[in-house]
Design a protein around this ligand. Structure first.
Ligand code: SF4
Length: 406
């Protein structure tokens, strides 16, 4: 496949679909040689199983491994570090990655336990975990989903999992977008297999999966992110790291030149099922939506013009309705990402209306005072829900107590 191309496949047998997709994309033809050291980087942000819309389906990674092993590749490693506040080992356990690594005899690296080194990433020095130096070819396997701070997350942002925790925090203090763009130069991703199966369109840590049953292959992370941005109803200008990465030479965000190919058989089945869903199912991302199993050989067809944007994906809604209650300055994903679902929960319980003041959160509040804050960074506030980051349950209980005392 060419750099300006994206290939998509639909269905419910995620492992087989992945293998068919890689065959169609000729992944093996892209490797420097079969003995090269191949890294596989899923998204294991938090301890939630893939069906909840936050983490990479292990079946997709199984498909990648089986495809590579069947083509004679033996030097395979899965590497990932979950977000600050969660422990990668627990996430790998919950998401089935220990079992998977054992079954296929591949190495598993917990990036949170790795040492790190400093790298000049296009004029910005960043600390990267040592494992990134051990790969000759890196396959990125992100989840297509929404993000409460950057609006979307897919290929470029997924590389954050290969940073040490201190650098992850530092990213937020630097405003996220600029360092994410520079990271694209520090860690080169050679191929992307995007899990577009049921990503949550609001929250990075899932809970509200929107079923698409699709897997995509791409060779340019900037192009894929620009495409996903439009699929999820954002303009690329609303996700600044995409344009910044393009300006740094990490890829192209030129959607006028994009070619999207689908497997004709499963795409048609998917579109038929999309049409059959009720309006409520379409707007909430529910209802049956699964392509037929494809024959062994995928027949690719390039979509023309408007067809490329035919996917009916609902708009993110939950974040928009609760974001106004928060003043966020440089907060880490784990902190902010835990607060917003809590606010959504309090709203559904009818408790949020009693909140008079904004909830402050983020590293920008260190050493400052105020009324109500979440996270140890707001320890100078009159009421602070401590923790770094506090868990969702701690935030929920803390805010309930605060509202009850009013
Ligand atoms: S308390 Fe501050 S440093 Fe800790 S996770 Fe939250 S925002 Fe980041």
């Amino acid at each position: 496949m060419e750099k300006n191309q994206i290939i998509k496949i639909y269905g419910e047998d995620y492992k087989e679909m992945t293998k068919q997709l890689l065959e169609a994309a000729d992944l093996i033809g892209r490797l420097p040689d079969k003995n090269c050291r191949i890294g596989i980087k899923p998204n294991l942000v938090a301890p939630t199983p893939a069906f909840l819309g936050a983490t990479t389906h292990p079946e997709v990674v199984s498909g990648i491994i089986e495809y590579l092993q069947e083509h004679g590749c033996r030097n395979l490693t899965i590497a990932e570090g979950s977000w600050v506040g969660d422990c990668t080992a627990e996430v790998m356990e919950v998401c089935g990655y220990y079992e998977l690594a054992e079954k296929y005899g591949v190495r598993l690296i917990d990036a949170q336990k790795e040492g790190s080194f400093e790298e000049d990433c296009g004029g910005l020095k960043l600390r990267l975990t040592n494992c990134v130096k051990t790969f000759d070819f890196l396959i990125n396997v992100p989840v297509v989903k929404g993000h409460c701070q950057t609006k979307i997350t897919c290929a470029l942002k997924n590389m954050k999992g290969l940073l040490p925790n201190a650098e992850k925090r530092h990213f937020h203090a630097m405003g996220l977008h600029r360092p994410i763009a520079h990271l694209a130069l520090g860690i080169h991703q050679d191929f992307i297999v995007a899990d577009h199966i049921c990503g949550d369109l609001d929250f990075e840590d899932g809970g509200n999966p929107v079923v698409r049953n699709c897997i995509m292959a791409a060779a340019d992370p900037v192009l894929l992110d620009a495409y996903v941005c439009n699929l999820l109803h954002y303009d690329c200008s609303e996700v600044p790291y995409i344009g910044m990465a393009e300006a740094l030479g990490a890829g192209s965000a030129d959607l006028t030149n994009i070619q999207v190919a689908v497997c004709e058989q499963c795409h048609t089945a998917n579109m038929d099922l999309t049409e059959e869903r009720t309006e409520t199912e379409k707007s909430s991302g529910t209802g049956k939506l699964s392509g037929e199993a494809c024959d062994e050989s995928v027949q690719l067809r390039f979509l023309s013009g408007d067809e490329i944007w035919d996917e009916e994906i609902p708009y993110a809604q939950k974040v928009v309705t609760v974001r106004d209650a928060v003043e966020e300055v440089e907060s880490c994903s784990a902190c902010y990402g835990s607060l917003l679902p809590v606010l959504d929960r309090l709203k559904e319980e009818g408790l949020l209306e009693a909140l008079q003041e904004k909830i402050c959160i983020g590293q920008g509040y260190r050493g400052k005072s105020g009324k109500l804050g979440v996270g140890i960074c707001t320890s100078g506030f009159a009421y602070c829900i401590k923790g770094c980051p506090p868990s969702e349950e701690e935030i929920y209980e803390g805010l309930k107590r605060y509202l009850a005392e009013r």
